[in-house]
Design a protein around this ligand. Structure first.
Ligand code: HEC
Length: 128
């Protein structure tokens, strides 16, 4: 009787250990997939002013740089934005030397958003 009990505890322990190990491996796999997935998400092959640039600026810049704010730097019209794109726009978001870091008093843009704006500028900052 005693022998049977010990045996079943042994099997129970083995089964539990196997379950715990596979569960934690599952987690690790999911995390890796998540990381990999977010790297893949930065799609810069077809960047357009309407599709990618306006939404980024709307979220992080227009609050201080819209026509309505009437500040010196207006980023919500194409013509004024284009002139900043030819000047210090990339410098500000990439925290370059000789310009202010933007968005002011807020965390730096994500690498992907910076890359999107850089790509748009490199392709001529078109009104596309
Ligand atoms: C909290 C307010 C605020 C936000 C948000 C903000 N800025 Fe600015 N930004 C300023 C102020 C203030 C200045 C100083 C010039 C002025 O009066 O507009 C400035 C200046 C600039 C300049 C010219 C300065 C230079 O050194 O060449 C650029 C370009 C600029 N911002 C781009 C951006 C971009 C791009 C974003 C969004 C990613 C952004 N800003 C978000 C407040 C802000």
């Amino acid at each position: 009787m005693e022998k049977v009990k010990i045996k079943s505890y042994f099997y129970l322990t083995v089964t539990l250990t196997a379950l715990i190990m596979s569960a934690s491996q599952g987690c690790k796999y999911e995390n890796e997939e998540e990381l990999f997935g977010s790297e893949e998400e930065c799609e810069v092959t077809e960047i357009s002013y309407q599709g990618e640039i306006i939404p980024i600026l709307d979220q992080f810049c227009y609050s201080c740089h819209s026509t309505a704010e009437a500040s010196g730097v207006i980023l919500d019209t194409y013509v004024t934005l284009k002139s900043w794109a030819d000047e210090s726009l990339y410098c500000t978001i990439s925290y370059g030397d000789g310009c202010d870091n933007m968005p002011k008093n807020q965390p730096q843009l994500s690498e992907c958003n910076i890359l999107k704006i850089k790509t748009w500028i490199d392709e001529g900052a078109l009104e596309n």
